[in-house]
Design a protein around this ligand. Structure first.
Ligand code: AMP
Length: 255
């Protein structure tokens, strides 16, 4: 596996059909499932490892985001990544940067209401990565359902679909049901026990039941979102840790 720092080096490493897995690091089995899918479906697998400052509203959240490039590189290599693009911030946001992607409606509501500017940062960095890496397929987790919705809309609206397919993989969970997230490492045992109400509530696939089961937590939202597929989605805060999760709904679950 090669680690690249610049757009130029990354471009020079590309050949054949490329699968891209955009990430911010702190790899767990959720990321690994994306690497595995990309490995199976493409000649060359590129993962980006970049903690994108533009998608963090809160400077403290950005500062405490876990970073361990050596550990991540070992995991990426083990799981078939060919090129790990890990640029410094200035490579992607040089002085004078001022162009942003807004996906007007899809950015609103749910995460968009609680993290202003987040999806503008996500859409912009993903478009930049798509332009740099020119992937045939790009891999995302269902865990971030609204992110998928925003990116699908962007891909259609900007006619990227002619060359690029978005692939969405199911949410990977721990044995107790908690969706894997880099933020879980910061949960104390008590906080983790409290956080389990989130997957349990969503597993009911019933909005009213989910609301009841989340009543003891600090809930940002619990809603049915008309995505493709529709999901029951929620965000809660356990101490200073914010967790999001969702479950896809089938036809019968929505009445
Ligand atoms: P991140 O590094 O957190 O930006 O995530 C990189 C990609 O991994 C995104 O497409 C996420 O949706 C995906 N991802 C994060 N957690 C999970 C999970 N538990 N299961 C599946 N995919 C995930």
């Amino acid at each position: 596996m090669r680690i690249t720092r610049t757009i130029e080096e990354t471009r020079a490493a590309l050949h054949g059909e490329v699968g891209l897995v955009p990430t911010m690091g702190a790899y767990h089995a959720g990321h690994i499932s994306l690497f595995a899918a990309a490995r199976k479906e493409n000649g060359l697998v590129v993962a980006s490892l970049f903690v994108n400052p533009a998608q963090f509203g809160d400077a403290a959240d950005l500062a405490r985001y876990p970073r361990d490039e050596a550990a991540d590189a070992a995991i990426a290599e083990e799981h078939g990544v060919d090129v790990l693009f890990a640029p410094p911030v200035e490579e992607l946001y040089p002085p004078g940067f001022e162009t942003w992607v807004e996906v007007e409606r899809a950015m609103q509501g749910l995460e968009g209401s609680f993290r202003p500017g987040h999806f503008r940062g996500v859409a912009t960095i993903c478009l930049k990565l798509f332009n740099i890496v020119r992937p045939r397929r790009a891999y995302f987790g269902q865990k971030d359902a609204q992110q998928v919705e925003v990116l699908r809309r962007m891909v259609r609206d900007l006619n990227l679909e002619l060359d690029l397919e978005l692939r969405v993989l199911p949410t990977v969970r721990d044995a107790d049901g908690l969706a894997l997230s880099s933020r879980n490492a910061r949960l104390s045992p008590d906080a983790r026990a409290a956080a389990l109400a989130l997957p349990r509530a969503l597993a009911t696939k019933d909005l009213a039941r989910a609301r009841e089961l989340l009543a003891g937590l600090d809930v940002d939202y619990v809603e049915i979102a008309p995505f493709d597929p529709p999901v029951l989605a929620a965000a809660v805060r356990v101490g200073d840790i914010r967790l999001i999760d969702n479950v896809p709904l089938d036809e019968g679950d929505r009445s």
